[in-house]
Design a protein around this ligand. Structure first.
Ligand code: SF4
Ligand code: SF4
Length: 199
C-alpha cells in the first residue's frame, strides 16, 4: 500500500518489482488529508476525510485477511510525460529537505523529533537535534515536536521549497488520532543503516 498522487502508477510499479515473485500483491490507494503538507496546505476537511480513511482501512484489513489480490493503477500518458520534469528534480534533492531545519529556544532536548523520524535522520548532540540529510520531507519532526521548537514550513523556507517554488500557505499538520508514540512504535519495524556521527 502506498499513498501517492498522480504518479502512483510509477511508485507502485517500482514497489512491485522489489517484491519476491510469490508475494501476495494487494494495493489499495489511501487518500488523506495532507500527504505532502510541505508542498501545499491540507486540502481535505479532516472531519470528512478521517472517517473515510478509517472505513478504507477496515476494508483493506478485511480484504487482506481473505488474501484478496488487487493490482495497481498505471500512470496515464500525461503523467508519464510530466514525470521526468516534475518528479525527477524533486527526488534528486528530497534528501536535503532538512537543510533548513533548526531549533529555537523552545527546544527541551526531549528527543521526540529523533524518535519519530522514520529514516533515523536525526541524532541528539548536546541535547539538541542534528539532521543528517537523509530526509524524506515527511515533517514528522516538525509536526510532533511538543513545544513547536522546529519552525513551521513557511518559516523554514527549506532549500527544496525555494528550488521548487512551493507555496507559502502551508500549515503544520498531523493526523490528530496519531500520536508521537505510535510513530515511535512503527519505527521499530523499519531497519535503516545506522548513521555514523562524527566526533
Ligand atoms: S522534539 Fe522539539 S523539543 Fe524535543 S528535542 Fe526535538 S526539537 Fe527539541
Ligand atoms: S522526521 Fe521526516 S522531515 Fe524530519 S528529518 Fe525525519 S524524514 Fe525528514
Amino acid at each position: 500500500m502506498k499513498n501517492t498522487l498522480q504518479y502512483m502508477g510509477n511508485v507502485l510499479k517500482q514497489w512491485k518489482a522489489y517484491c519476491p515473485k510469490k508475494v501476495h500483491i494487494y494495493i489499495m490507494l489511501m487518500p488523506c488529508v495532507a500527504s505532502q503538507c510541505t508542498a501545499y496546505t491540507p486540502f481535505s476537511p479532516e472531519k470528512i476525510m478521517i472517517p473515510h480513511m478509517e472505513k478504507r482501512i477496515q476494508k483493506i484489513s478485511r480484504e487482506i485477511s481473505v488474501r484478496k489480490n488487487r493490482s495497481y493503477p498505471h500512470m496515464s500518458p500525461i503523467t508519464r510525460k510530466l514525470y521526468p520534469k516534475l518528479m525527477i528534480p524533486y527526488m534528486k534533492v528530497e534528501h536535503e529537505y532538512d537543510k533548513g531545519f533548526y531549533t529555537n529556544e523552545k527546544c527541551l532536548g526531549c528527543a521526540v523529533c529523533s524518535k519519530v523520524c522514520p529514516t533515523q535522520n536525526i541524532t541528539m548532540q548536546g541535547n539538541r537535534p542534528v539532521w543528517h540529510h537523509r530526509c524524506h520531507g515527511c515533517m514528522a519532526c516538525v509536526a510532533y515536536c511538543p513545544t513547536k521548537a522546529i519552525p513551521s514550513y513557511e518559516e523554514l523556507g527549506t532549500i527544496i521549497s525555494k528550488r521548487l517554488c512551493l507555496p507559502e500557505k502551508r500549515k503544520r499538520y498531523h493526523n490528530p488520532f496519531i500520536q508521537a508514540t505510535d510513530l515511535m512504535q512503527d519505527r521499530r519495524c523499519i531497519h535503516v543503516k545506522k548513521i555514523e556521527v562524527a566526533k
